[in-house]
Ligand binder design. Sequence first.
Ligand code: F6R
Length: 358
Amino acid sequence: GKSGYDHFMLKEINEQPTALRQCLSGRVDEVSGGVTVDELDDLDTPSAVQFVACGTSYHAALYATTLLHEVGIPANAYLASEYATTHPPLPNDTLVVGITQSGETADTLSALRNAESRGAETLALTNVVGSSAARECDHALYLRAGPEIGVAATKTFSSQLVGVNLLVERLRPSGSPTGELRSLIAGLRDLPGHVQQVLDDSTALELVDELFGAEAFFFIGRGLHYPVALEGALKFKEITYEHAEGFAAGELKHGPLALVTENTPVFAIVTGDDEEARKTLGNIKEVEARDAPVVAVTDGKAEVERYADYVLEIPETHERTSPVLANVQLQLVAYHMAARLGRSIDKPRNLAKSVTVE
Ligand code: F6R
């Protein structure tokens, strides 16, 4: 049942601290600073990784490529439906990873089969033990998020981002600095509690009244926040039926800025106070100059408050875990807007939980 929640989606949003604890359980060791994934014991570090996935899982794949680049492994993310059409070359020793919550998405299975038939080693990052992807791939890494009933992926996306961290640390070529890994492990350890802090914040709910009736909703982010901008927009359009689009912050001025008016709120994700954050601040100023309402999703370090009309706060944490927190704020915005519009939140029109046709 829904355990007293109005929708499975809200229940599953609130289950995220538990889902993340389960995903991490027994897999990270704070004392040794190590990551172990029992089911991947026989996996070697590949020379390159190709991800194939659809929808929300594709956003996790984009995030994953940036992490792999950080540890020096070339990686690409492909939409599964395009992969099977364009069959990118598979250099020797490439690992092909299908990210699929259900493990039953036809496009993703077809891309994995295509890679397998060309001799690649394959891995499924999935929530469902015994799913087709898990059975067909050479390796499987399980999310342990528990069943997800709502069509919109919520807790499984957060778990995918954590699962991708486990995978990348497992693949990290040896000899990398352990201090770096310790701070990541601390960020992961704190994540369930940080997510709970975001869930306890009612700002997203209050914001819905302010933004109600807007013409379109845009989401921008840079680096690891770019996939979250795409995911924020996907979730929003899926369940509110309002027009929403996500953009890389730096791409705004290359076209999308033409759409920005005082009737198009822009959600801008910006954390830390480094060069990356300063560049996103510049993009926020471009938007603000067109009188668009700006909603900053931020840990407060970038001093974005000066240019933002509204602020959705997230706790300060490791740069790899802050996208998870930013995404939870955007889940809440989408959910409360959809509830306010009286939408069919758990079963949005035209959509199915598991898409088993290509
Ligand atoms: C969005 C959503 C879909 C799925 C996509 C892939 O909320 O749920 O975009 O992410 O259909 O599904 P899986 O991960 O099961 O392969």
